[in-house]
Design a protein around this ligand. Structure first.
Ligand SMILES: Cc1cc2nc3c(=O)[nH]c(=O)nc-3n(C[C@H](O)[C@H](O)[C@H](O)COP(=O)(O)O)c2cc1C
Length: 211
């Protein structure tokens, strides 16, 4: 049921997949292609979900590197397992596949500038000024001042659309005793209890949900 992806991670095939076919396009022939929402509708709907913001960290030629994401989730508590979804063509995805290790630093409200750095398309995202001095240079870089950090071993990588979902077994987890999280909602960074700008009522367009 699994195959190696182009960058070395494992790729789980859909249950109906025939061996030897391209796993990404399997099941998406014209006859069976799943319907897709319009991209803008999808993006608008997803923007209503308030998310915490994390920096996925890894090592690129031994140097700390990080990318800003919101697609991070706990998968299992025992054993502790998380997932992150990264653009497959991105540098971080390739580095994680190559090293088999990644970290997740949960950003604090005051780390908005770092979040912006980590989301600048194509920019160098080396993190030397922002990370704690490493005791273990094999471990994932830890963002200084983050609310929590999870150091993970890659256990599975699944390519879906133009992203790869990396599953990580959490080696070590630590959390700050206090701090306010950085949030992202309707394409803006926010904080807990922060001012929410008025938005036009959407009840009309979501009439079927308001019954
Ligand atoms: C708030 C926020 C959340 C993001 N979440 C994700 C995500 O979950 N996965 C992803 O691949 N990119 C996400 N991005 C986009 C990446 O940060 C951005 O594409 C980045 O430039 C990728 O790094 P690269 O250019 O070095 O490949 C997010 C951006 C922002 C601002």
């Amino acid at each position: 049921m699994t195959a190696r992806t182009a960058f070395g991670g494992r790729h789980r095939r859909p249950p109906s997949a025939a061996q030897g076919d391209d796993p990404v396009t399997l099941g998406t022939t014209a006859a069976h292609a799943p319907a897709s929402a319009a991209v803008l509708d999808y993006a608008e709907a997803m923007s209503t979900l308030a998310s915490g913001v994390v920096l996925v960290t890894c090592r690129l030629d031994g140097r700390p590197w990080g990318v800003t994401i919101t697609a991070f989730s706990s998968v299992s508590t025992d054993p502790p397992t998380v997932l992150v979804s990264l653009g497959t063509e991105g540098i971080a995805a390739r580095a994680i596949a190559a090293t088999g290790r990644f970290g997740v630093s949960v950003l604090a409200a005051q780390q908005r500038p770092l979040a912006r750095l980590g989301s600048a398309p194509g920019a160098a995202k080396f993190l030397e000024p922002f990370v704690e001095a490493a005791c273990d240079t094999g471990a994932s870089p830890v963002v200084a001042g983050s609310l929590a950090h999870l150091d993970c071993d890659l256990v599975e990588a699944v390519a879906v659309a133009d992203h790869t979902v990396f599953f990580g077994r959490v080696r070590t987890a630590r959390a700050a005793r206090a701090g306010t999280p950085l949030l992202y909602h309707r394409r803006e960074y926010r904080t807990l209890g922060g001012p929410a700008r008025a938005h036009p009522p959407i009840a009309r367009s979501l009439g079927c949900l308001s019954n």
